[in-house]
Design a protein around this ligand. Structure first.
Ligand code: AMP
Ligand code: ZN
Length: 137
């Protein structure tokens, strides 16, 4: 547990939350400021600030749980689609620095602003970007 981390406290039950699921590794809670009806968060009980710190076992189990939650929530809420979102770093919109995955049920015309619209033809070389990434793989 990290000092002063609100999600450590929530995940481990020191601060009450609207819990949808809990096991040894995770707690799933309802977001207090939901983007859509049912917006929830998967929190690991161990503290990882972001995806870079996450261990592989937690990473894989988080996706298995996301799949289960998406399936159950879609059936329960009758949503028309589902976004799984995960922010790393302030620039990417992260505001709580304890790894979490957003579960966002989507409804026709819900107006949720997650639009990752393309910006047209890039003004940089895709080959260069590919090469830079491949060098580090
Ligand atoms: P992010 O911007 O990806 O770091 O997401 C943080 C999310 O946590 C936001 O959607 C907040 O509404 C949500 N949040 C912050 N504090 C709480 C809390 N005490 N209980 C439930 N959700 C919270
Ligand atoms: Zn934490």
């Amino acid at each position: 547990m990290e000092n002063n981390c609100i999600f450590c406290k929530i995940a481990n039950g020191d601060i009450p939350s609207k819990t949808l699921y809990e096991d040894d590794m995770f707690r799933v809670i309802m977001d207090i400021n939901p983007a859509s009806k049912g917006h929830s968060l998967i929190l690991p009980k161990k503290h990882f600030a972001n995806i870079y710190e996450l261990d592989n076992n937690t990473a894989s189990e988080a996706l298995v749980l996301a799949k289960r939650m998406a399936t159950v929530m879609t059936e329960a809420l009758g949503c028309d689609g589902f976004n799984i979102l995960q922010n790393n770093g302030e620039t990417a919109g992260q505001t709580v620095f304890h790894f979490h995955m957003h579960l966002i049920p989507r409804y026709k015309n819900d107006g949720v602003g997650l639009n990752m619209e393309g910006k047209g033809e890039p003004d940089y070389s895709l080959d260069d970007v590919q090469a830079a990434i491949l060098e580090k793989m």
